[in-house]
Write a protein that binds this ligand. Structure first.
Ligand code: ZN
Length: 427
């Protein structure tokens, strides 16, 4: 995501009452968004494994949602936290399902545009579906969406079933088999023009307002295949999904999710005006590797998502447009960082107090994060740096990481002691 929405993080990331003694394995939800009333109604089955003996209750984040029914003994909602008392205590390693029925009018995390018949999610999943917000708890996601007919839809993973319902609506079932943190769950629905291109077994699906022609849409996204090649070669890992969908919705969304990204309607206009103006598309696509597949374990290590992705965006622009463009990006990040530093607001990149990020904190995570990754590239040299990045990405593919993991992995690959570098720039 771009920095606009980082502010949302603190709304939820520290609200989970206590450390969970469960591992959530899968969410299976059926959701019906009501676009004209800007509301949702849904049912979610949560499959989890108990990590303790005699587990009697679990807590989930549920934003401002109203809970109608839970398939257990009892439940209560304390502000945004849903506390469920189990009908029968769970044993260590025992797997359980619970079902929650709910409805609500979320204020954020999902945006409705009734006039354009659009709705899409942005980041704060628990505002539209009860779930655990912790970025370290990865789970599979199956989502059935009930929609008016004639709308385009994208969810996480693959569309496995689509059927007509008797009430003139359509049911679409999406299945994401890779495990992801819940902030990457989502969907987008609208009256879009759809264009699909296939490249090396990956379906590139573009959803744009009807006002764009097919030729324009292809032009807007013409670098996607080259980005795929570039990121795969630097990561040493293939893109994890069969489809990558890029959506140009109303307003500015700029949010990566598992297997798709919502950009903004304006992004299309900007690229058509200046074909080099692809920073946002390149940044969001890089998250499919860094930020989505290799994910920060806690928001205190958020620079591993955003600093690394911002650096990789500069690296892609270098590949596409030359060294000068790379240096322009890095110098821009450096200048933004130095402004914060000169104002006396510099901080370590590992944030102890990321529950209330300031504007400057966000600049540090993105720009200082990208600049420091660039300095690491200089420190190690081309060959060692890119090899280390590849080793790190492969090692932590599908996992959650801390800065310590990042450092240890880069030290092992390069054979260099980086403790001074990390002390100076990161801690
Ligand atoms: Zn980002």
């Amino acid at each position: 995501m771009k920095r606009l929405f980082i502010l949302l993080i603190f709304f939820f990331s520290f609200t989970l009452a206590k450390a969970q003694s469960i591992d959530i394995l899968q969410y299976s939800a059926k959701i019906e968004p009501d676009i004209s009333n800007k509301s949702v109604k849904g049912k979610v089955a949560v499959e989890f494994k108990s990590l303790t003996d005699n587990l009697t209750e679990i807590s989930l984040n549920a934003g401002a949602l109203e809970i109608d029914k839970v398939s257990e003994k009892s439940f209560q909602k304390k502000e945004s936290i849903l506390i469920i008392t189990l009908a029968k205590p769970a044993k260590l390693n025992e797997k359980r399902f619970i079902e929650i029925e709910y409805h609500g009018v979320p204020k954020y995390g999902i945006r409705f545009f009734p006039e354009q018949n659009q709705v899409y999610t942005v980041f704060s999943t628990s505002q539209w579906m009860p779930c655990a917000d912790a970025p370290s708890d990865r789970a599979k996601f199956r989502l059935e969406l009930i929609l008016p007919k004639d709308l385009q839809v994208v969810g996480n993973g693959d569309l496995v079933k689509q059927s007509k319902l008797s009430n003139n609506k359509i049911s679409s079932v999406w299945e994401e088999k890779n495990e992801n943190p819940t902030y990457l769950f989502g969907f987008a629905i609208g009256n879009f023009r759809e264009v699909i291109e296939n490249y090396k077994g990956v379906n590139f699906r573009y959803l744009a307002p009807i006002s764009y022609s097919e030729a324009e849409i292809k032009k807007i996204f013409q670098n996607s295949k080259d980005m795929l090649d570039f990121y795969e070669s630097k990561a040493g890992v293939k893109y994890a999904e069969k489809t990558y969908t890029q959506v140009l919705p109303m307003k500015s969304a700029e949010q990566e999710m598992a297997s798709f990204t919502v950009l903004s309607e304006n992004y299309g206009k900007e690229v058509l005006q200046d074909e080099k103006d692809i920073w946002l598309g390149a940044h969001e696509f890089s998250h499919q590797w860094w930020g989505n597949s290799v994910t920060n374990q806690a928001w205190t290590h958020f620079w591993l998502n955003e600093g690394v992705a911002t650096f990789m965006t500069a690296a892609y622009l270098e590949h596409r447009f030359g060294r000068e463009e790379y240096l322009r990006q890095i110098n821009g990040a450096k200048a933004n960082y130095e402004k914060v530093r000169d104002a006396g607001k510099d901080k370590p990149l590992v944030f102890p107090d990321w529950n209330k990020p300031t504007r400057e904190d966000r600049i540090l995570v993105y720009d200082k994060g990208a600049y420091v990754t660039h300095l690491l590239r200089e420190e190690l040299g081309e060959e060692k740096f890119w090899q280390a990045l590849k080793d790190y990405t492969r090692k932590y593919w599908g996992k959650s990481v801390t800065t310590k993991d990042f450092q240890a992995s880069f030290e092992k690959s390069s054979g260099k002691d980086l403790s001074e570098f990390f002390k100076k720039w990161i801690y």
